[in-house]
Design a protein around this ligand. Sequence first.
Ligand code: NCD
Length: 343
Amino acid sequence: MSPHLLSVDQLDLDRISTLFSLAQRMEPIARREKVCRVLEGAVLGNLFFEASTRTRVSFHTAFSRLGGSVCDTTGFTFSSMAKGETLTDTARVLAGYCDAIVMRHPDLGSVSEFASAINVPVINGGDGPGEHPSQALLDLYTIQKEFKRVGRPLEGAHILMTGDLKYGRTVHSLIKLLTLYPPLHITLVAPAGLEMPTYLLSLAEDRGHKIELRATLHENFEPIDVVYATRIQKERFTEEMVENFAGVTDEYRVNKAFLDQRCTPDTIVMHPLPRDSRPGANDLSPDLNQDPRLAIFRQTDNGIPVRMAIFADLMDISSDFDKHLAPVSWRVPAQYGVNDTTF
Ligand code: NCD
């Protein structure tokens, strides 16, 4: 078995179920009810050559909450790659320093190339428009957890993905992961030119899922269980696309009116974040901020136990790690955000 997590193609239902049971055991640590030192002495190399807030900080936090320490590099400017070093040379150097490595890089396939030179576990934190396996895992974990709360099965669920389905690596990894499960109804709504790659549509159809393509959110839909909105990945556009791109209209904006007209009280709204809140971006609307169906921050919270589980799995953390948990010695607020819903 590969020592790395580079793509969701490496996962099957058994491995996902192992990861999710580990994540569940990590929850008291992630919620700051318990302290764990199982990774004491271990060092994570957190290499981010592309912008990141949550992926970088949540991997850092997940490793730290298991007792490990973290070395961070952000951007090319302060790394030796700016001096012409190859990915594989950098990898071999880092493998001598660190016990696990998380890497994000703007080029498709770069993280796999990096990982190919070393035996220390490497986690793909996003390789350009390619994949983002840990995000897909935390997204699926969120869907399963929210469905459990409202008492509906995953099978037959109607999942709508919208936004930039061409360059959004989170939706690429998520759709692949979802296709492993019993048949789903997946509706894809993207502006012209930003549609889901056809190989992913074929993969989903070949595995028996119902795929529906729609031009805008202003159409009628069968009741939706999950709305997954994404940001337009302008940084990945070619120069020609940037010149010709007029922006997205509100036909792609997930807002309260859309939810009230086309969804149910149990629909959940997800987004990998960040949402683009600049005027004219028409990304996920802030008018849902107090709506309990907005699951985006429950989703980001789930990133911690899921990323801890990934470390536990790849680093073969002792199976009885949770027998040695200690209570926390500081005050933790009952809710992290002022708009958080208690179910
Ligand atoms: C996404 C990413 O970087 O792919 N963010 C994330 O990791 N949660 C989505 C994005 O940047 O739009």
